[in-house]
Structures are given as C-alpha cells and as structure tokens.
Unconditional design. Sequence first.
Length: 379
Amino acid sequence: MPKYPYNKGFTLVELLMALAIVGIVAAFTIGIASSVRNLGKTGETERRMKIIAENTVNFYRDKQEIPRPLDASGSPVSISTASLPYTVEGNVPISTSYLNLEQKYRLDGWGNYMVFVMALTGMVTINGIDIPPSGAGYHTDANTDIDGLLYKTSSDDDGRRVAGLVISSGPNQQFGYNVTGQDPTIITLNAGSDDIILPVDVSAVARAIAAEELSVLQSKARAFDSMYTGIDNDGDNSVDEDGDTEDISNCPPLDPSNNDPNNGMKTLDGILDGDYDSLSCSCEATTNPANWFSITNDAIPGNTPPTNDKVNARIYCLYNLSVTTMVDPWLTAYTWGSKDDLLKENEDPRYHKFYSWGPDKDTDYTDPDAAVVEDDIIP
C-alpha cells in the first residue's frame, strides 16, 4: 500500500500567531475606515459651516446686524442689557427670519448641535430710532459688535477680531475651546482639541457699507454748499461765497434765492464747532433736541468720537436721509472734517468731508507730519 506523509496540523502557537496577525490587520482596517468616515464628516461639517458663514455675511449686508443664536426652544437667546457688552452663544439661527437654512445646518457631520457665537454691545438711538431699526431679524435691545470676538487658534496666537464663530465639537464630540475676557471676548482653541471653528468676518462688508453711506453724506454736503454759490449776500453786486462767513442761525431752504448766503462749508464748520444751538430746521424742531445736540466730544484728534453729530443732523433734515446714515457700522457717528478740528486743514484728506473713525474708533491723523495710516474711512 502507498504510504502518505504524516500531517500533524497547526500547532497552538501557529494558530495564535495567525489570530494575532488577523487582529492587527482588522484593527488597521477599522482605524482606516474610521478615519475615512471622520474625514468625510469633517468635510461635510466644514461645508455646512461655510454656507452658514456666507448667509450670515449676507444677513449683515442687508440688516447691518448678526442674527442672535437660538435657544433649545428656537427663540433668540435672551440677554441682560445691564451686562452689555455681552457674548451670546447658542444654536445656529437657521429660521426663515434669520439665515433661512434647512434644519440640518444646526448639526455637524456627526449629528451634534453646532454652537453659534456672537458679541453684543449697547444700543444707539437717534431721533427716537434704534440703529439699526427694530424689525424682523433685528435686535431690539442691543447692537452687534462686529469685532467683539477675538479668536485665537492657540494661546500664542495674536488672534483675529471677528463678528461671530461657528463651532463644531469635531470627531471626539467634546468641545475644547476656552472663553475669557469681554470687549473683546477671547475664544481660544485649547491644545489637543479637535474642534472645528469657522470665523464669521464682516469687516470687508462693513467698510463697503461705510463707504457707500459716506458717499451719500458727502454728495449732500456738496449740494448744501452749492446753495450758497453765486448769491449776492450784501447787495454789493458781488458774491462772498468764498468769504470766511457762516450762516448758523438759519435753516437754509432748498430755494437758494431765499437764503442768507455765505460759505456753505464754513456754515457746516460752525454747526459742528458748537456755535449752532437753535432748532431752526423743521425736522429738528419736531424731535427731541437731546437726540441731536448732546455732543460732548467732537472730532478732535485723541478724543472719543461723538455718538451724535450736529452736521449730520442738519444734512439729514435738509435732504430727508435715512437716520441710519448717521452712524457707521462700529456705532460711531460719521464725523464732519471741520477746518478748526484738523491739524493739516487743506492737506488733510478729511478736510470738509464726512468720514468714519473706523473699527478702532480712533482717528489716524493725530500727527501733522504722519502719513495716512490704518483704518479711517474717507470718501
């Protein structure tokens, strides 16, 4: 009979080694699959965040406000106005009166609620009107602080001033950011955290809005000045439009033949510099004087910019402008560049122009020999 070789089979050691190899391969396979899934969920989270940020910027462009986060019931998160400035966080405001997004944009790729953070500051009221006006999507008790959040990717990061943040807890589904300070509120991503954070920056839109509003104000200032051009003030058969005179006691009508004519720009200078105290324009006379004339700090280099401006009030009255053009996106009144308040006079680009002190709320022309710097916005 033929003899077959004896088959003794696998030893126990060999079986254990085979099982160990299979386990290692399975662990790597599961890890790779989990990483691939997390990569896809991270990408979906970032895509949703980008759309949220874009819609927030568009909302701000339309209303000059950041929508307030929502609480669990779907209502705007309540605040204490006594605590302003104030940082608010909650669910993404997806409702139709806010960002008008689908329900899924409340959640990240792992199905967890994302956090929407924004900063609020005090209310500005001019002529009895809230700036911005109350209405659907607006705040009625505070204003957006569009650079009230300082986002830092680490404790060593200098940070970035933004209007809002969208935050996901990331793959580990545990938030790992830290909140400190106020005005600005500092939000720092802690070391080792896998949170996904997207800043909402509206600074470019804010500057564009300021430039548009300043262009409107400046065009009206030129029209105001033209009302005096070519008028014989004292009946001597010559005009004194270029003379150093001003008409601060009257409210010039749009018919130049009825004016007490002199230098229109000089009149605006006089109004700003405190000589104008009467309520001579009809729209001023029918409103609360304190809303127009409570100026304590005019546009003097180094001073806090005014929250109201008498030149704005005069131009607003004469040309029936929207009251929202009185205040820039940083809630500071647009300021008239009076020659008495400038160091360079005709050499200063602000001279006889409306301008904004910009995000830093400080004018950049304190040195008569300095170059034009930083963030003043001048048409």
